[in-house]
Ligand binder design. Structure first.
Ligand SMILES: [Mn+2]
Length: 225
């Protein structure tokens, strides 16, 4: 039987490194719902450890301060435990690092969830931050989809390119195999809008990843997720 080789298509023609060298490994823990992901390419090196049934503890260093801020509050409000060490070619820009951390986090959730038996599967939350109000709905369906509706007049928060939030969530949704809807109901300040989105995402993921004792097998009439 042919050994499974993981390769991901290059992001663009100019991203040669991606075409030639993209490897990853994982060693899911046998204890509890945890996962470790190592992801190393010519563009980024990422070590990530996730515990689903955590207490909101985080230790995050990605080299992108705004992403650290979002991952920290995501962990806290989702009651996960998360450790991330990422180094990337941020001298190019933050894009590779942000997207690849999204890929790694999605992969970690997928591994930690395992076969999804007894899982609530759906989760949603609406979270305000001052004038901003953002709703996130998650379905751990196995079908990757992202509906992204954050609109800001600015392109940046400080030095951080806001567009990268879209790329982060898309990468995460693809790797996790989740349907994620992000809807902005109100907002003005881009920091508030994105922060409300990550808090809502955290709470939605907290719900969706919890176990419901009434669920026998997986929550699907199809019998598989
Ligand atoms: Mn903040």
């Amino acid at each position: 039987m042919k050994k499974r080789v993981t390769s991901i298509a290059p992001r663009s023609r100019t991203s040669k490194a991606r075409a030639t060298s993209r490897t990853k490994g994982r060693a899911p823990s046998s204890r509890g719902r945890q996962a470790r992901v190592s992801r190393h390419t010519n563009e980024t090196n990422i070590e990530l450890a996730l515990t689903l049934d955590g207490s909101g503890r985080y230790d995050v260093a990605t080299g992108v301060p705004f992403l650290n801020h979002m991952l920290e509050l995501f962990t806290r409000h989702g009651f996960f435990d998360l450790q991330v060490r990422a180094t990337g070619d941020v001298e190019v820009d933050d894009h590779h690092t942000v997207e690849d951390v999204g890929l790694a986090l999605g992969e970690a959730f997928r591994d930690a969830l395992g076969p999804k038996t007894g899982l609530r599967r759906f989760g949603e939350a609406t979270v305000p931050l001052d004038e901003s109000l953002v709703q996130v709905v998650v379905d751990l369906s196995g079908r990757p989809f992202l509906a992204y509706d954050l609109k800001t007049r600015q392109h940046r928060v400080g030095t951080f390119d806001i567009e990268l939030i879209h790329d982060f969530l898309l990468a995460l949704a693809n790797q996790l195999g989740a349907n994620i809807h992000v809807r902005m109901l109100a907002g003005r300040n881009p920091h508030h809008i994105i922060e409300a989105a990550f808090k809502a995402f955290a709470r939605a993921m907290d719900l969706a990843t919890q176990r419901d004792p009434r669920v026998v097998g997986v929550l699907s009439t199809k019998g598989t997720l």
